[in-house]
Write a protein that binds this ligand. Structure first.
Ligand SMILES: [Zn+2]
Ligand SMILES: [Zn+2]
Length: 184
């Protein structure tokens, strides 16, 4: 009885329970996450997990291994169209070995970072707008401490406001006058 089970043809065994394997994922922040996952963890699952860990939107996450992008789409094997790959690649089918280090990237790098601080709406002002108190309800602008008053940012809503007030005064006056006339 000669059992030649070399490690090279271990892929033949199909109905074995998936083992856990350790993975390292380098985050854009420079941190490295260490994950212990079953070898049949699919790539979408892994990405979902990383999305939760990094609180980054799932759709923006990209995984790199050995300089190659790991994508959920298994279209990267056009050489063999007969070979139907399972719907989602797993750690195993992607042949990611245990203790491999994956690189997590966000393609929005170099694009527009999420605006954390709002700038003062006033012309050339570079100051940060004040939260809530810097909001002008007349022109719906956001202003810094120097420009948050209507007069300071020459509020576009101010003219309307004045005009409206004048108009109202006129109406009141006229109304009073009519009343007076009527009263006579
Ligand atoms: Zn300002
Ligand atoms: Zn205003």
């Amino acid at each position: 009885m000669r059992q030649s089970r070399s490690s090279s043809n271990a892929s033949i065994s199909s109905s074995e329970e998936p083992e856990n394997q350790q993975l390292f994922v380098k985050l854009p922040s420079g941190e490295t996450l260490s994950l212990l996952l079953p070898t049949d963890t699919s790539l979408p699952t892994l990405l979902h997990l990383l999305s939760l860990r990094t609180s980054a939107p799932l759709i923006s996450l990209r995984l790199l291994y050995a300089g190659k992008h790991l994508t959920s789409a298994t279209s990267s094997s056009p050489s063999n169209p007969l070979h139907q790959t399972p719907s989602s690649p797993t750690l195993q089918t992607l042949s990611i070995p245990p203790n491999a280090t994956l690189l997590l990237t966000l393609p929005i790098l170099g694009g527009m970072p999420p605006p954390k601080k709002q700038r003062c709406t006033f012309k050339d002002c570079k100051d940060a707008a004040q939260r809530i108190v810097g909001d002008c309800s007349f022109c719906s602008g956001h202003y810094c401490g120097k420009h948050r008053m209507l007069e300071d940012h020459v509020c576009s809503g101010l003219e309307d406001c004045k005009a409206e007030g004048r108009e109202r005064n006129k109406i009141t006056l006229e109304g009073e006058r009519t009343n007076v006339i009527r009263g006579v």
